[in-house]
Design a protein around this ligand. Structure first.
Ligand code: G3P
Length: 217
């Protein structure tokens, strides 16, 4: 399973990238707002760090304008993935942009049927939002599982990019049901290393080692 980082925080991306934890990056207008940076500048900087797909989202709502924005974003670097919303116009833009050989991430997916038509429109990635479904007492993980089954039934090669990942348990569940990619904030990816028994075990080892009076270096 690939790990994308859902942030425009360049320092956080670089730290995780140095550890081999970054297969790609996803951004959206809210993330760009949070960064306080210009979209073209920050996306270019991210692409200079990460060689995998870097999603940059269009903001227009009409297909023609989305296509123009997508072409401009794609000029930033060869690894740009144009992110379009799962609307009829977004699907039209997806079809045109993917037909031009560009990677397209169709975002704001909340149903299996939306994922089905995104695949038919040539999406490289589909982004179902797990956390936002959980927020309204629906089952985000069930959606990932349904899309996996549908794509496998018909051999669609659109990759399932599980988004709106909020917890380490979401990541475990995504790995179990076969999501191709998860995108999560750096804090959630770093939390994968945590376990209270690891902390307790380490504390005990430190105490016992001190009692030996030995040094390795
Ligand atoms: O990739 C989409 C993601 O950023 C949405 O996450 O936590 O705002 O629902 P969230």
């Amino acid at each position: 399973m690939k790990f994308f980082v859902d942030t425009a925080d360049v320092a956080a991306i670089a730290e995780l990238n140095d550890l081999g934890m970054v297969d790609g990056v996803t951004t959206n207008p809210s993330i760009i707002l949070k960064s306080g940076r210009n979209i073209l500048e920050v996306t270019k900087e991210i692409c200079s760090i990460v060689s995998g797909p870097v999603s940059a989202e269009v903001v227009a709502t009409k297909a023609d304008e989305m296509i123009a924005e997508g072409r401009k974003l794609a000029e930033i670097a060869p690894n740009i993935t144009v992110k379009v919303p799962l609307t009829w116009d977004g699907l039209r833009a997806c079809k045109v942009l993917s037909g031009e050989g560009r990677m397209v991430n169709v975002t704001l997916c909340f149903s299996a049927n939306q994922a089905l038509i995104a695949a038919k429109a040539g999406a490289t990635f589909i982004s179902p939002f797990v956390g936002r479904l959980d927020d309204i007492n629906m089952d985000g993980m069930e959606l990932i599982s349904d899309i996996r089954q549908i794509y496998d039934n018909y051999g669609f090669d659109t990759q399932i990019l599980a988004a709106s990942i909020r917890t380490v348990n979401h990541i475990t569940q995504c790995a179990l049901v076969g999501a191709d990619v998860i995108t999560a904030p750096p804090s959630v990816i770093k939390a994968l290393a945590n376990h209270p028994l690891t902390d307790a075990g380490l504390a005990q080892f430190e105490k016992d080692w001190a009692k030996t009076g030995q040094k390795i270096l």
